[in-house]
Design a protein around this ligand. Structure first.
Ligand code: FAD
Ligand code: NAI
Length: 467
């Protein structure tokens, strides 16, 4: 008889949440983790440390710039970078301990070491000192996440040429920071170092920032970032970085071809995406199929090509987001328990935790156009929202897209302070198939920024009050 009902390989937000839900449903569960700490990319080198530094650097910026205009006199803030890094580490440690506590509370065994699938029902675990054990299980869930995508000709050393991991631990503020890729990581970590004093230049291959985001939102957000001091070189690629001098010298050229030039920098952040992580997992030998992008292929129920082996999170198709991984973990455990686990991929919010934040859920205007959907748009700027006006935080707007015939909300996109919190009323509305009219008729407390979301819903019906 198998020792476990379920072994989950990887303890990121996908893996540990899947393990907890399975234990709640009565399964005997173990997790396998090769890192010294639990929590995966998200807790150790992703979501959480980046949010700690975004928060701390925002406070630094506020102290230096915004407090005086409210009549609060403070002397110029002084940066103690090691102390800021300690603040970040305390946050990581607290969350990692939390996951360890949850494993104990749910009686989940933690097998420390690298997991390799021998066959369905068998996982080999190799500890850091080389000891091996084979563990039997009814089911296996692969939750091994993703890794940094590499850029040809640019060798990451995590000191001067860094991935997001190195950019979360720089030892000093680089005078000039060059970022390759105007995606989520580039703009979040660029914001951290910009606020702490770096001159930030972002080189993006495409002719716009944040591909996949609503175009109008991306355009306005780019203007806001430029006001904050970001410089963008769009339609441009980095072809190599010369590391021989005291400063780095990056060769760039137009994406469409043309004359090359060089940009000097003290640090280069490569943030051009992430790739699924399946190294040394034994997938080929076990017969687990990958798709053309190296992701573990799964069906609608997270089942791979081998019976008894499932996969969730960054290592499978879909957005590489922690909450998507978590929801897949829950659904997968429920399916294993014979329930109807399900993830609604139409309602997965995406948030960029800059100042202001950018948040979005559902379809963009470009996607609706491309699909030939007849839609109506309601927009409301934060300049017309009372609370934003008194706080003098009026950057951004809310944009709501609704089906022209049924008024059902199809997408909501927000640039603005706390957009990452505001988006969730749109998520709940969309999960219940609600209309703009439903939201417009829901009483919103005054004065709140949420009133801007209600006004955007009213604007769908061309009857916003404060515009
Ligand atoms: P991971 O979190 O990557 O965890 C996989 C785990 O599997 C790791 O611990 C790894 O060590 C382990 N593992 C791999 N192979 C083996 C093996 N063979 N044996 C044992 N263990 C193994 N997403 C958000 O939603 N919000 C954010 O704010 C956000 N910020 C981010 C910031 C940065 C800088 C980065 C890099 C990512 C960020 N993300 C964010 C993305 C988020 O981190 C991922 O989507 C999420 O971590 C994916 O979860 P996962 O469980 O699939 O995999
Ligand atoms: P990304 O996919 O968001 O952005 C990568 C950018 O790099 C794109 O704009 C792309 O066009 C550009 N690019 C690709 N190749 C290039 C090249 N050779 N030269 C110049 N530009 C190039 O990837 P990113 O920012 O690395 O993030 C990885 C993942 O992590 C994302 O999928 C994201 O979902 C997740 N993440 C989520 C966060 C959040 O939810 N707040 C925060 C950070 C990461």
């Amino acid at each position: 008889m198998a020792t476990y009902d379920l072994i989950v390989i990887g303890t990121g937000p996908g893996g540990y949440v899947c393990a907890i839900r399975a234990a709640q449903l009565g399964m005997k569960v173990a997790v396998v983790e090769k890192n010294p700490t639990l929590g995966g990319t998200c807790l150790n080198v992703g979501c959480m440390p980046s949010k700690a530094l975004l928060h701390a650097s925002e406070m630094f910026q506020e102290a230096g710039h915004s407090l005086a205009k409210m009549g609060i006199g403070v002397s110029a803030p002084k940066l103690d970078l090691p102390a800021m890094m300690d603040f970040k580490q305390q946050g990581i440690d607290g969350n990692v301990k939390g996951v360890e506590y949850l494993m104990k509370k749910n009686k989940i065994d933690v097998l420390r070491g690298a997991g390799r699938i021998i066959a369905a029902g068998q996982v080999e675990v190799t500890t850091a000192d080389g000891k091996k054990q084979t563990v039997e299980t009814k089911n296996i869930v692969i939750a091994t996440g993703s890794d940094v995508a590499k850029l040809k000709g640019v060798e990451i050393d995590e000191k001067r040429i860094v991935s997001s991991t190195g950019a979360l631990s720089l030892e000093k503020v680089p005078d000039k920071l060059l970022i390759v890729g105007a995606g989520v990581i580039g703009l979040e970590l660029g914001s951290v170092w910009r606020r702490l004093g770096s001159q930030v230049t972002v080189v993006e291959f495409l002719d716009r920032i944040l591909p996949g985001m609503d175009g109008e939102v991306a355009k306005q957000f780019q203007r806001i970032l430029e006001k904050q001091g970001f410089a963008f070189k769009l339609g441009t690629k980095v072809t190599g970085v010369d590391t021989s001098g005291k400063t780095l010298s990056a060769r760039i050229e137009p994406a469409a071809g043309g004359a090359a030039e060089t940009i000097e920098a003290d640090a280069v952040l490569v943030a051009i995406g992430r790739t699924p992580y399946t190294e040394a997992l034994g997938l080929k030998e076990a017969g687990v199929a990958l798709d053309d992008r190296g992701r573990v292929e799964i069906d609608k129920h997270f089942a791979t090509s081998v019976k008894g082996i499932y996969a969730i999170g960054d290592v499978v198709r879909g957005p590489m987001l922690a909450h998507k991984a978590e929801d897949e973990g829950v659904a997968c455990a429920e399916i294993l328990a014979g329930q109807a686990g399900h993830v609604n991929y139409d309602v997965i919010p995406g948030v960029i935790y800059t100042t202001p934040e950018v948040a979005s859920v559902g379809k963009t205007e470009e996607e609706l156009k491309q699909a030939g959907t007849d839609y109506t748009v309601g927009k409301f700027p934060f300049t017309a929202n009372g609370r934003s006006k008194v706080n003098q935080t009026t950057d951004g707007f809310v944009k709501m897209l609704a089906d022209a015939k049924t008024d059902r909300v199809l997408g909501v996109h927000i640039v603005g302070r706390e957009a990452g919190e505001l988006i969730h009323e749109a998520c709940v509305l969309m999960e219940f198939g609600g209309s703009a009219e439903d939201l417009a008729r829901t009483c919103h407390a005054h004065p709140t920024r949420s009133e801007a979301v209600k006004e955007a819903a009213l604007a769908v019906g061309k009857r916003a009050i404060h515009m």
